[in-house]
Design a protein around this ligand. Structure first.
Ligand code: NAD
Length: 429
């Protein structure tokens, strides 16, 4: 549909009223859409043409033991199994001693792509790095005060286009760094053009962030794994987890889903802390494909009666800037985590990604995931069929008992419960 003229310039309340009147079917829907004046004011600050806020569920995945400390991780996500799976895996891994993590520097790369640069121009540019550094002084002064700043300049020629890429690496400390890196790349443009004799095509950060990585690992004795193996042999379950990861490394068709599972929790943590989820996802998937083939983000091996899991991936997670320290929910989530800096948040995210992957693999190799998923899905079917309040859970239980998870079955159960309630009311009247 075409928006009314000047829609983006309307007062927010008018846009919201227009949205609500035209697109919510009834008051029930309107109430569930969670739009209040404070949320609307924030939404209007955050995006253009805001009409409301989408209230994603925010839940806490408890039980994480990371580098010897207990954490509950805030996750904002629409998929029912994500928090349950993360907390389940966290509990199992904690029983073996928890996660250990490491993290790299918060270095982001930005680029000035220059066209029409001949070899002499490329040499002049390479000889001008000191002047280029000096030209960034004022742009990066704030970051330098915080311990960050420029950490490197280099250039390379793109073979197909002939474009010359001037790369600047910047330690952005606790920010995601998109704006500061873009500003620095643009600040370099005039001098880069003068030195090279070329013309800037693009000045832009890269979301690849191969230096800004975090790692997590765990070591789980098979005896601690056994209670979660549904009666199967723990050594065989561990062997199958290792083999499933080899399959993900070998077959991109599996790797894409394997890594999607890794990102289930990480994207939800990024969402809860109002980080840029698209940037986090793009970096992780690009890293997984760095060999030219999409591979697993995680690795497993069995060593002296222990299952050992590990993960290594780029994580440009901020604890300041953007929407992170703007949104009250993001701030509350960071408080729950003990107000971590960016690198600490990335350590937690790496552990979470590994936990999520371990939970999925454990279920997949020991009987499948659908049983658990469909039980969680049942309450949603009940809601969609029209159940509310206590009825929703009762219908979900009845669907699970029937082993039938469909909207039709949910509607039948709702009708049956309502008939029973009406008959009960009739007989007591
Ligand atoms: P930002 O522009 O808010 O800058 C960070 C701010 O935090 C700066 O003003 C800095 O001075 C301040 N700051 C305070 N304490 C700091 C500390 N300890 N470390 C570092 N900075 C500190 O945010 P940003 O991180 O530059 O950019 C993030 C935003 O840019 C996100 O909203 C993102 O979605 C958006 N963005 C992303 C892309 C992309 O990913 N390709 C492109 C453009 C914009």
């Amino acid at each position: 549909m075409k928006l009314p003229d000047n829609f983006r310039k309307w007062p927010t309340e008018r846009r919201q009223a227009w949205w609500s009147k035209n697109f919510h079917d009834d008051d029930d829907e309107r109430a569930a859409s969670l739009t209040n004046p404070a949320a609307l004011e924030l939404a209007d600050l955050m995006v253009e043409s805001a009409v409301g806020s989408l209230g994603l569920p925010l839940g806490l995945a408890g039980g994480f033991l990371i580098d010897g400390c207990d954490y509950s991780l805030p996750l904002a996500v629409e998929e029912p199994s994500v928090i349950a799976a993360a907390a389940y895996a966290a509990r199992i891994i904690a029983s073996g001693g928890g996660f250990s993590t490491t993290v790299g520097p918060s270095v982001m790369e930005g680029y000035v792509y220059l066209e029409q640069v001949d070899e002499a121009g490329a040499s002049r540019l390479a000889g001008g790095y000191e002047a280029l550094r000096r030209s960034l002084k004022s742009t990066l002064a704030g970051l330098e005060r915080r311990g960050g700043g420029l950490c490197g300049l280099r250039q390379y020629r793109l073979q197909d286009s002939g474009v010359l890429a001037l790369e600047l690496a910047i330690d952005v400390v606790d920010a995601m760094g998109a704006n500061i890196v873009n500003s620095a790349a643009e600040a370099l443009r005039p001098l880069a053009e003068t030195l090279s004799g070329g013309r800037a095509l693009l000045c832009i950060l890269s979301n690849a962030t191969p230096q800004r990585r975090a790692q997590a690992a765990f070591r789980l004795p098979l005896a601690k794994l056994y209670p979660y193996c549904r009666g199967l042999d723990a050594a065989d379950v561990a062997r199958r987890i290792v083999l499933a990861t080899v399959v993900a490394d070998e077959d991109p068709a599996r790797a894409v889903t394997h890594n999607k599972g890794v990102m289930n929790g990480i994207a939800a943590l990024a969402q809860a802390t109002l980080n840029d989820t698209r940037a986090v996802e793009a970096a992780a998937h690009a890293w997984a494909a760095r060999s030219g083939r999409l591979r697993s983000l995680t690795a497993y091996r069995v060593e002296t009666d222990c299952l050992c899991g590990s993960i290594d991936l780029p994580l440009a997670l901020a604890t300041v800037g953007g929407s992170v320290d703007l949104h009250p929910t993001g701030r509350a989530c960071l408080r729950l985590l003990g107000n971590p800096d960016s690198r600490q948040l990335s350590r937690l995210a790496a552990a979470l990604g590994l936990a999520q992957n371990f939970a999925a693999l454990l279920a997949l190799v020991s009987g499948g995931i659908q049983g658990g998923h469909m039980r969680l899905h049942a309450a949603r079917l009940a809601y969609k069929a029209g159940a509310r309040g206590e009825l929703t859970r009762r219908i979900a239980d009845r669907l699970a008992a029937r082993g039938e998870f469909s909207l039709r079955a949910a509607a039948e159960e709702l009708a049956a419960l309502r008939d029973a309630a009406a008959a009960g009311a009739g007989s007591s009247a």
